[in-house]
Design a protein around this ligand. Structure first.
Ligand code: GLU
Length: 471
């Protein structure tokens, strides 16, 4: 929540939507239909803890059902509220549409501080919440498929799957009722890192489009770019780690809940995360200067600012002081609508959330397919590819009379396993979606920025689905 007069999260998403729609030619009434959330289920349920009762409040919002099932995470946070869940459900519709994951949009949340409960209590709460949602059709492999979000992870998804399965033992596809499960419980390799990986692939694709990079004043690729990263949770950690280790970007500041770390020559993301695991915060990390007022570090001069934590971090209060050349939204809704307007006026490019963090739902889509097909990706073809590669190397060596260098031979002989295929599918998805956005940005009148262009792509597909469905 912001202390400014900025739009609420939902108002902000709706205003961005309206802006994009004004550059489109939709039949009257359809724009309104697509904008509105179809239904919201609110539930209160009690849990008894040794003679004491506590009542929990949760939501599951279904934004658009033009494709089924609807898809989107469940978050656990004390600040969860209906406005936020509706906004996030709407973003899920546009996200899925943009990356061509054949789902409608949904989101759930439970008003709880998960750090205040032990594992067993969290399991009871999660199982009860699951039952409440499943009873009303808000969890089901064919209707509504949750996933992890803030405050939840593979462990919670495993409890959800097990609860659903025990309610529907005859459903052979029961495991597909939720994604983001541990690999041993029907999950897929690469799901945990997927959102961060998608941020990396999305940024790489942005830098492959010099026309779009030019207005930022940046040149070249990601190597050497100075990055300020907010949030070292699941999304920020993997994004920062991959950008640092594989793209040679420099993470010059990390902002966390207890303050920020700054080091002009670069922070070691892995080491900071280790420190956080041990000390529950960044304070005391030896490799960087500690700044207590973490939010002020958002205003550091840098090439790329990656907000990967909460919504509404950049508002009308601090947007004028942002000195990044490029803002890459890894979190959902980190900029309020007013902040977006200010950055637009200042010509600061923003890569929008529902594109950049779509890696999570993309790999969720692969997991869902895996669950429905009941077979691991790569199981049928991996050894065949390996055999073909080996034969290719042999033929090459026989024909040339020279040995193929070992590194090359190993690469040629490698048969794709599940992780290789997931990364390939994710990379392709992030590239294709960016190219679709780029095309709209440069060919349509009145679009103007990446967010509006992404909305246009997403809305057009949803509109087409409604038109073809015949409502
Ligand atoms: N919670 C993630 C998101 O906001 C993932 C959703 C999913 O995998 O369904 O995109």
């Amino acid at each position: 929540m912001t202390l400014t007069q900025d739009s609420s999260f939902l108002q902000g998403v709706n205003r961005s939507y309206d802006r994009a729609v004004s550059a489109m030619n939709l039949p009257p009434g359809l724009a309104e239909k697509i904008k509105l959330c179809n239904s919201v289920f609110m539930v209160r349920f009690p849990i008894g803890f040794r003679g004491r009762y506590e009542v929990f409040t949760g939501w599951r919002a279904v934004h658009s059902e033009h494709r089924l099932p609807v898809k989107g995470g469940i978050r656990y946070a004390p600040s969860v509220n209906q406005d936020e869940i509706e906004a996030l459900a709407a973003l899920m519709s546009f996200k899925c549409s943009l990356v061509e994951a054949p789902f409608g949009g949904s989101k759930g949340g439970l008003c709880i501080d998960p750090r205040k409960y032990d594992r067993d209590s969290l399991e009871r709460i999660t199982r009860r919440f699951t039952m409440e949602l499943a009873k009303k059709g808000y969890i089901s492999p064919s209707l509504n498929v949750p996933a992890p979000d803030m405050g939840t992870g593979p462990r919670e998804m495993s409890w959800i799957a097990d609860t659903y399965r025990s309610m529907h033992p005859e459903d052979i596809n029961a495991l597909a009722c939720v994604t983001g499960k541990p690999v041993t419980q029907g999950g897929i390799a690469g799901r945990t890192e997927a959102t961060g990986r998608g941020v990396q692939y999305g940024l790489r694709e942005f830098f492959r489009h010099p026309e779009d990079v030019k207005p930022t004043g940046l040149t070249g690729g990601l190597a050497g770019k100075r990055i300020v990263l907010q949030g070292l949770g699941n999304v920020g950690y993997y994004a920062g780690k991959f950008l640092q280790e594989e793209d040679d970007a420099q993470i010059i500041a990390i902002i966390e809940h207890d303050g920020a770390l700054v080091n002009d020559t670069g922070l070691d993301v892995e080491a900071v995360r280790q420190h956080m695991n041990e000390h529950k915060g960044v304070k005391g990390f030896p490799g960087g200067a500690y700044v207590e007022d973490g939010l002020s570090v958002l205003e550091t001069e840098c090439d790329i600012l990656i907000p990967a934590a909460l919504e509404a971090q950049i508002t009308s209060r601090n947007a004028a002081r942002i000195k990044a050349k490029l803002v890459a939204e890894a979190a959902n809704g980190p900029l309020t609508f007013e902040a977006q307007e200010i950055l637009r006026e200042r010509n600061i490019t923003v890569i929008p959330d529902f594109y950049l963090n779509a890696g999570g739902v993309t790999v969720s889509y692969f997991e869902w397919i895996k669950n429905l097909s009941h077979i691991r990706f790569g199981r049928m073809e991996r050894r065949l590819e390996e055999l073909r590669g080996t034969q290719f190397v042999q033929v090459l060596e026989e024909m040339t009379g020279k040995p193929v260098p070992k590194a090359w031979a190993d690469r040629l002989k490698h048969g794709a396993d599940e992780l290789d295929l997931v990364r390939s599918g994710l990379d392709d998805t992030m590239r294709k979606a960016y190219q679709d956005v780029h095309e709209v940005l440069h060919t349509r009148e009145g679009v103007g920025d990446l967010r509006s262009a992404a909305f246009v792509v997403a809305i057009e597909r949803i509109a087409l689905a409604y038109a073809e469905m015949g409502i």
